[in-house]
Design a protein around this ligand. Structure first.
Ligand code: FE
Length: 225
């Protein structure tokens, strides 16, 4: 009588070997099979490609800077600030975010289907990609390292309140936490609640209060100065 079947275990009777299946379990996910020093591997590849003249390191830096600093997360912040100030825009955004953000020019790679979810005193929304790292690039830029980590991907679903507390977000007990699992098909944008004391601010000033984390649901917008 065999005991528990384990991955890599060969059954002499059935003449089969159990192999890890992608998406079978978090630990077996392709992203978890990266070499222990992925950053080093990437650097090595970049060096080889640059030496062979196949890539221009300056162009690569430009692309990264675009997504890291210039796009992300300013586009998303502008969308949120507009939703705070324009009820008609907010209604359209909640109904069909993909079309609304595309009208603003925020579309393309990793942003094909966007759904906006709104925080209220009753519900706090939080976004994760349990499978890998799907994220609305055209709105928020490149996902932060923690978003791609195994710990965040599993714990955000299992113990969202605890994860939020570690991000410094403590919600009233009556506020429910809703966790949205991103996929290659759907990316989420959290519309955080507009902070108090921002009545006189214009859209630009409001956008400056909208942090990246507040649009993932792991943070809250900044308070006005
Ligand atoms: Fe993903």
């Amino acid at each position: 009588m065999p005991g528990r079947l384990r991955r890599g275990w060969t059954c002499a009777h059935l003449r089969i070997t159990l192999r890890p299946m992608p998406h079978d379990h978090h630990d077996d996910h392709p992203h978890a099979l990266l070499p222990p020093e992925p950053a080093l591997r990437v650097k090595a590849l970049e060096t080889i490609l640059a030496r062979k003249g196949l890539i221009d390191p300056a162009a690569l830096d430009e692309i990264i800077d675009t997504y890291q600093n210039r796009i992300g997360p300013k586009n998303g912040a502008m969308v949120v600030a507009r939703a705070w100030t324009d009820p008609e825009f907010r209604a359209r955004l909640l109904e069909n975010a993909t079309a609304v953000v595309a009208d603003l020019g925020f579309f393309g790679r990793q942003g094909e289907h966007v759904v906006a979810v709104e925080n209220t005193p009753e519900v706090h929304n939080m976004v994760v990609c349990t499978l890998c790292s799907c994220y609305p690039w055209p709105l928020l830029g490149i996902p932060p390292a923690w978003y791609k980590s195994d710990a965040y991907r599993s714990r955000a679903v299992r113990e969202p309140r605890k994860v939020l507390a570690e991000f410094g977000v403590t919600l009233p007990p009556e506020t429910a936490v809703r966790v949205w699992d991103s996929t290659a098909e759907v990316r989420y944008l959290v519309i955080p609640m507009r902070p108090d004391g921002t009545e006189g601010l214009d859209v630009e000033q409001l956008a400056a209060l909208v942090t990246r984390d507040s649009m993932v649901g792991t943070g809250l917008p900044k308070a006005p100065a």
